[in-house]
Each structure stands twice: as structure tokens, then as C-alpha cells.
Write a protein that binds this ligand. Structure first.
Ligand SMILES: NC(=O)c1ccc[n+]([C@@H]2O[C@H](COP(=O)([O-])OP(=O)(O)OC[C@H]3O[C@@H](n4cnc5c(N)ncnc54)[C@H](OP(=O)(O)O)[C@@H]3O)[C@@H](O)[C@H]2O)c1
Length: 283
């Protein structure tokens, strides 16, 4: 990864942090897209202490599409190129919350924000031969049996695991939709499941029970470093150069549930997302 420019969302905790640190050790030039600048600066200092190339911290709150657009603008201003984008950041909420733009927050942060960010960074990726996009999805797409288009904003009924599972299914359908638009052109786009990982996921905005469950399960989960392996594989490994539109678990191609391969649902979601976000891909 020597000299490769890599943007990663959510590098300040869990899987993203482990991914960023390993990429830094491998010589990547990181663009750290962070909700919390202080945490981002602390990570950049840690990266500098490793003797790795300087990491650039860019503030981005994915609950705000204006913040996503501003972050993309700043990133493009650095030196105009990008070899890898890792859409890693994500959250799970125990109760219905809204993003700053007024959308159900799980869908907004986990799907709308990476959809817009990727679209805004696409010109940089297209200009970089062999570029790759990695979408960190989840086997949690198995919690649902489809997008549930009739209540996308969970206004009628909010269920924690349905909203999270739906947002992760959205990551997979977005991967499908983007590959359809890019065809065989660069960048490649793949998605993955990192495994069940002991991270901060589910501990923010959590009630007593949901806050304590991840802590109880921690000994049975992967470490963030183990959880980062499949993202790293998709971002770096020569064996997946030119491979696009696939789902990976434990650094191997895996078969997702059929509703994660539903082209019609992917197109319907694409239209819905463009309508909600007001952002249109030009391809
Ligand atoms: N952990 C698992 O078992 C598991 C399993 C399958 C898939 N995944 C997926 O793996 C990815 C990483 O999750 P994780 O387990 O590493 O979670 P985590 O430890 O909670 O880290 C989440 C990261 O996302 C950032 N983030 C959250 N909300 C944000 C917002 N509004 N704007 C910008 N950044 C935001 C967090 O920033 P702060 O540091 O500021 O909080 C943090 O850096 C997620 O997409 C998740 O769905 C995780």
C-alpha cells in the first residue's frame, strides 16, 4: 500500500481504527474521515509515532449530508487522487433517532451518507487506475427479508435489529447498484462482513440491557484487528484486483441471502436514496 491514498470512515473506534492502523503500517497515505476531530487527531498522532506517512484528519458527521459534502470537498482539495475508499463507519440505535437532516438515523448514517460520499469521491477514484471501494456491510442483512420499502423511515414501528439489518442490506444493494452503473470500469466495489467483533458498536445510544450485552459477549467475539482482516484483504490483496460486486466473509467470497442480490430492490433503493438525499449519480 506504499504511497496509496486511502480514505476511511469511522477510523476512530473498533474495526475502522484497526484497519487504519494496519494500513498506516503498510505505508498508505490515510485520509481519516472522523465525526470527532479530537479522536481523529489522536489517531493521526499515533500513526505519526509509528513512522507512517502523515494521516490527514477531515471532520465529517455522517448524520449530516452537508457535513459529508464538505468533507468530500476538503478531501478532493488535498491532492486530487484516491486509490481506496473504505465505507466503514456505522451505528446501531436502540431507539428511533433522526439525523440532522430528519431521516431515521441508522439508515441515514449507515447508508445515505456512504451513498453520497462515494458519489462525490467517484471522480477521484475513477482517475486512479486499479482503485477500490470497500463497503463494510454485515451478515446482519439476514435479520430482514428485504428492504421493507413500505416503512423505510421506521415511522410506524421501530425495531432495533430490523433497522440495523436493513441498513446493512442497503450497503449490499448499494454495492450491486454501483457495480451495475460502473460496469467493468474502475473502481471495483465489494462488500464484506467483518464477523462478530468486540467494538463500540451497540454501546452508544444504548439502554442498560443493550449496553451490557456486547460487554457480556466480548470474550466470544473477534478482536477489532481480526475484524479488520476482510476489509484489509479487499483494500489491498492483489488476488481481488478487478473483482467487483461480491460479498466476502473471512477474506473469502460468500453467498449472501437472495434479497441481497435482488437487482430490482437495488434499483428501487437507489431511486429512493437519490430522492431523499437529493444527490444524483451522473453515470
Ligand atoms: N462489530 C461487529 O460485530 C460488526 C459486525 C458486522 C458489521 N459491522 C460493521 O462494521 C463497521 C464498523 O463497526 P464497529 O463494530 O467498528 O463499530 P464502532 O466501534 O462503534 O465504530 C464505529 C465508527 O463509526 C463512527 N461513526 C458513528 N457514527 C458516525 C457519524 N454520525 N459520523 C461519522 N462517523 C460515525 C464512530 O465514530 P466515533 O469514534 O466518533 O464514535 C466510529 O469511528 C460498521 O459499519 C458495522 O455495521 C460490525
Amino acid at each position: 500500500m506504499e504511497g496509496k491514498r486511502v480514505a476511511i470512515t469511522g477510523p476512530t473506534a473498533g474495526i475502522g481504527r484497526a484497519t487504519a492502523l494496519e494500513l498506516a503500517v503498510r505505508g498508505a497515505h490515510l485520509r481519516l474521515l472522523c465525526r470527532n476531530r479530537e479522536k481523529g487527531e489522536a489517531l493521526a498522532a499515533e500513526i505519526a509515532a509509528l513512522g507512517a506517512p502523515e494521516a490527514v484528519v477531515i471532520e465529517m458527521d455522517m448524520a449530516s449530508l452537508a457535513s459529508v459534502a464538505e468533507a468530500a470537498r476538503q478531501l478532493a482539495g488535498i491532492d486530487g487522487g484516491l486509490e481506496v475508499l473504505i465505507n466503514n463507519a456505522g451505528l446501531i440505535n436502540t431507539r428511533r433517532r433522526e439525523s440532522l437532516d430528519g431521516f431515521e438515523e441508522t439508515l441515514a448514517v449507515n447508508h445515505f451518507a456512504p451513498f453520497v460520499l462515494t458519489g462525490l469521491l467517484l471522480p477521484l477514484l475513477e482517475d486512479s487506475p486499479g482503485a477500490r471501494i470497500v463497503n463494510v456491510a454485515s451478515d446482519a442483512h439476514k435479520f430482514v427479508r428485504g428492504m421493507g420499502f413500505e416503512d423505510m423511515q421506521a415511522e410506524k414501528n421501530y425495531r432495533i435489529f430490523r433497522e440495523y439489518g436493513r441498513s446493512k442490506l442497503a450497503n449490499m444493494l448499494f454495492t450491486l447498484g454501483l457495480v451495475r452503473r460502473l460496469g467493468s470500469k474502475s473502481p471495483t466495489v465489494n462488500c464484506c462482513h467483518p464477523g462478530a467483533v468486540a467494538s463500540s458498536l451497540g454501546t452508544q445510544n444504548a439502554g442498560f440491557v443493550s449496553g451490557i450485552v456486547p460487554r457480556l459477549l466480548k470474550p466470544f467475539f473477534k478482536t477489532p484487528e481480526q475484524g479488520a482482516r476482510t476489509s484489509l484483504f479487499l483494500a489491498c490483496d492483489p488476488s481481488v484486483a478487478g473483482i467487483s460486486g461480491r460479498y466476502f466473509v473471512n477474506s473469502r467470497e460468500a453467498t449472501p441471502k437472495p434479497w441481497a442480490l435482488d437487482e430490482a430492490a437495488a434499483e428501487r433503493l437507489w431511486d429512493y436514496t437519490e430522492e431523499c438525499t437529493g444527490f444524483r449519480y451522473t453515470q
